[in-house]
Design a protein around this ligand. Structure first.
Ligand code: ZN
Length: 132
């Protein structure tokens, strides 16, 4: 764990070695929850779930599998980025020959009122690699 005045960092290890790592308390996240997930080949989420308030974004980083959303079933694979609204009834499954690795980010739906271009601003300090 590495922390500073305005940051916290935890190493979760390689996707290939983890099962599920959830970040909120350990990074003191206040607006999102992030989980890193590896579903072993052939495994499924043990239940279908929905949320009261949070939308979720699933970023599939390796493998292939299937998504179930409100009765629709469709394949997902590395590179797919999937938004599911709070009411979406969801479940996922890894295909029989590949682990399915994904990052899930959840946040209160409608809470993002500005995007990077409106919220970010430039500051004058520079890291060592930009100084000369
Ligand atoms: Zn969820």
């Amino acid at each position: 764990m590495k922390t500073g005045k305005n940051y916290a960092m935890k190493n979760a290890g390689k996707f290939g070695g983890m099962q599920r790592e959830v970040f909120h308390d350990n990074l003191e996240l206040s607006g999102t929850e992030i989980s890193l997930n590896r579903m072993r080949a052939g495994d499924s989420s043990p239940f279908v779930h929905a949320h009261k308030r949070n939308e979720e974004v699933y970023v599939f980083v390796s493998g292939k599998g299937m998504a179930f959303i409100d009765g629709d079933e469709f394949p997902v694979a590395e590179g797919d980025v999937l938004r599911v609204d709070p009411d979406g009834q969801r479940c996922f499954r890894a295909d029989d020959s590949n682990d399915l690795c994904f990052i899930c980010v959840q946040a209160d739906r409608g809470s993002l009122v500005q995007h990077t271009r409106q919220d970010g601003y430039l500051v004058e300090v520079k890291p060592s690699w930009m100084q000369q």
